[in-house]
Design a protein around this ligand. Structure first.
Ligand code: AP5
Length: 214
């Protein structure tokens, strides 16, 4: 299944994607999780030319330019492992990105994470991430067993630079201005499915399964 996860920063897209990959696998659909944010963070950690180019932009909560992001996704979606399905998390984020995607891919559904700002702020403010495997934790809802250490791989658990207060505000503002118009764009194409993303993770997983009739 070819899915887009669309929603504000901190809505829980990455958390649900990790679960959805397993759910879809049980249904016989191999759908790797492709997060443009994670690809950029990997490039920053590796200090590659892409990482050096995007670090300041991401830390400030702004969007990387469309040309760079579209080229990156086009290349990733040409690879063998995603020919039968994928979960695209964090792309597209602008109308030009959506139009470019439509030129080289037909997606099955767009999952819209429906969530109030207050919940988003609570989730982003408490998020911690494993530097090694990228697993998301939360200081209230999903704490690592040992503080600062990932339960899954033993990596260091840290606060993302773009989870600082000013960057969070900027990301929400950018979301409203540049990304939220995609809701109407995909609704108009009959592809949008709304999922209530505000309850606890297990309930969101259930909402997702019901919405997609899985
Ligand atoms: P990206 O990594 O995509 O960031 P984002 O969209 O801002 O999304 P987040 O990763 O912040 O949140 P999420 O929805 O995945 O929530 P999560 O599951 O972590 O992008 C980062 C940056 O890269 C962008 O700002 C931009 O600069 C650049 N970029 C990326 N794509 C781009 C593009 N297409 N174009 C241009 N630039 C691009 O959950 C959040 C927290 O809540 C966690 O702590 C989690 O444990 C907790 N949580 C999750 N679900 C629940 C729940 N149901 N109940 C309680 N807690 C929960």
């Amino acid at each position: 299944m070819k899915l887009i996860f669309l929603g504000p920063p901190g809505a829980g897209k990455g958390t649900l994607a990790a679960r959805a990959v397993d759910i879809l696998k049980q249904q016989g659909s191999l759908s790797p999780h492709i997060s443009t944010g994670a690809i950029f963070r990997g490039a920053i950690a590796a200090q590659s030319p892409l990482g050096l180019k995007v670090k300041a932009i991401i830390d400030a909560g702004k969007l990387v330019d469309d040309e760079t992001t579209i080229a990156l996704v086009k290349e990733r979606l040409s690879q063998e492992d995603v020919q039968n399905g994928y979960i695209l998390d964090g792309f597209p984020r602008t109308i030009p990105q959506a139009e470019a995607l439509a030129e080289f891919q037909a997606v099955d559904k767009v999952v819209n994470f429906d969530i109030p700002d207050s919940t988003v702020l609570e989730r982003l403010g408490g998020r911690r991430v494993c530097r090694k495997c990228g697993h998301n934790f939360h200081i209230v809802f999903d704490k690592p067993k040992k503080e600062g250490v990932c339960d899954h791989c033993g990596g260091e658990v840290y606060t993302r630079d773009d989870d600082k207060a000013e960057a969070i505000q900027k990301r929400l503002e950018v979301y409203r201005r540049q990304t939220a118009p995609l809701i109407q764009y995909y609704r108009g194409k009959g592809l949008l499915i709304d999922v209530d993303a505000s309850p606890a993770v297990e309930q969101v997983v259930d909402n997702f399964k019901k919405a997609l009739e899985l």
